[in-house]
Design a binder for this molecule. Structure first.
Ligand SMILES: *Cc1c(COP(=O)(O)O)cnc(C)c1O
Length: 416
């Protein structure tokens, strides 16, 4: 140990904490590593509290658990593509990709080329599909080994032109079929033209054929989904026969895996479920919470009956109250609609209702009956309230809540 000039040993976690000076670290990445029994989580809590910041904690063990839950419903040979678009549904893209690098994940899915480039720059080598590539990004995609979704003849021609120019050969592409979603993809009457473009073309090579289900989470539309699956099977067979290839076929998203495992083909595309949110109530019970959004109480004050709280005096105290001000608001991605007593946060395991209007960077909550002090933690979402609960109350879906959390909220990743 004497060989390390900056090595400072401590016998216990408590000893370290009592010697630690606030402000000794600034703008640093700190690795906290050790067995659970040493209670290093206290160090993490301590470091976070010193910065008084709002954090979105991401439980990487829960990510692995959720991945394995969906895998357990699939054949062992079925490939898995993990969707990390939109900054990994707000939970961090390359951190998630890195955490899963020891699991069997065959593909990563992103929406835009920039998201794929960020993964490559972070050292991720897993194959990446770019779902909505724009032709202006084709050259960069080739440079970073990113594989395009091809959804139209116009796009395919543009990509082939770039492939020719860059001397690419057999560059992997992924053919998207529109079987009923009516977003992107080839329709039935366009298959002929697609086959003409791809036949005897060795600049590109069809690595996979896929489609997307519009309503895999809706029992009412089961027949529609089965029709989409039927069309996918028949159209993809038509392509495979004409092109004499045997690509990977895939159509299932999270709810598809849960409700239609018979249509798993060769690969599935797992998104929201990985992040701990199932669209089905029973499915949800098998998942673990991934993200917990936390902040701290900045100030506590006593309010007299008849006094108002927040903008536009929307809340008038009915009696004596204690309120706590939290440094998180709609600019962090918490909807204004969640304020005015509709929503709540959890402080010391108790519900604190949000009083008054949520401001840009702050909100006030009722802590009249909660034993708490300034500096205590408040959970905005996680175990309670859950993002599902928030989404239902706000008339939206968990996807929107998760992807709305602002980039100014620090993400903290942990693993036990
Ligand atoms: C986002 C997306 C998925 C994942 O959907 P989830 O419902 O989050 O599992 C799968 N496929 C495509 C094409 C997507 O855009």
């Amino acid at each position: 140990m004497a060989d390390f000039p900056n090595f400072f040993p401590y016998k216990t976690t408590q000893e370290f904490l009592s010697h630690y000076k606030a402000g000794s670290f600034e703008n640093e990445t700190i690795l906290v590593k050790g067995a659970r029994s040493f209670r290093f989580d206290e160090i993490v809590v301590f470091l976070e509290e010193k910065t008084h910041e709002t954090v979105l904690e991401i439980n990487l063990n829960a990510i692995t658990h959720n991945l394995n839950f969906y895998k357990s419903r699939l054949k062992p040979e079925t490939k898995v593509m993990v969707m990390v678009k939109a900054f990994g549904y707000g939970s961090g893209s390359y951190e998630i990709a890195k955490a899963l690098s020891h699991q069997k994940v065959d593909y990563l899915g992103v929406a835009f080329a920039d998201e794929g480039i960020a993964l490559r720059n972070a050292g991720i080598n897993t194959p990446v599909i770019v779902m909505n590539p724009e032709s202006s990004a084709f050259a960069a995609m080739a440079a970073y080994n990113l594989e395009p979704e091809i959804y139209s003849a116009r796009e395919l021609k543009a990509f082939i032109a770039v492939a020719q120019q860059k001397n690419l050969s057999n560059y992997p592409i992924h053919i998207k079929l529109d079987t009923g979603m009516h977003r992107l993809g080839f329709q039935e009457n366009q298959l002929e033209e697609l086959i003409e473009l791809l036949k005897n073309n060795n600049l590109v090579s069809v690595k996979s054929i896929f489609s997307h289900l519009s309503s895999s989470d809706m029992p009412d539309y089961r027949d529609f989904t089965l029709d989409q699956i039927g069309k996918f099977e028949s159209w993809s067979e038509q392509l495979m026969e004409a092109l004499e290839t045997n690509p990977i076929r895939h159509i299932l998203n999270t709810s598809g895996i849960y409700n239609f495992p018979q249509a798993q083909f060769d690969m599935v595309r797992l998104g929201i479920g990985l992040y701990g949110v199932g669209n089905d109530e029973t499915e949800r019970k098998s998942l673990e919470t991934v993200g917990t959004l936390k902040t701290v109480i900045l100030q506590i004050k006593d309010i007299e009956p008849g006094e108002s709280i927040g903008y536009s005096r929307r809340f008038i105290a009915p009696g004596k109250m204690r309120i706590a001000t939290l440094p998180i608001g709609y600019a962090d991605g918490i909807r204004r609609g969640w304020g005015n007593e509709k929503g709540y946060v959890t402080i010391n395991n108790k519900r604190a209702v949000i009083t008054g209007t949520i401001s840009m960077d702050m909100m006030m909550v009722d802590v009249t009956d909660i034993d708490c002090k300034e500096g205590d933690r408040a959970v905005i979402f996680g175990a309670s309230p859950t993002v599902v609960e928030m989404a239902e109350a706000l008339g939206t879906i968990p996807y929107e809540i998760l992807t709305s959390i602002s980039q100014r909220v620090k993400r903290v990743f942990y693993k036990e």
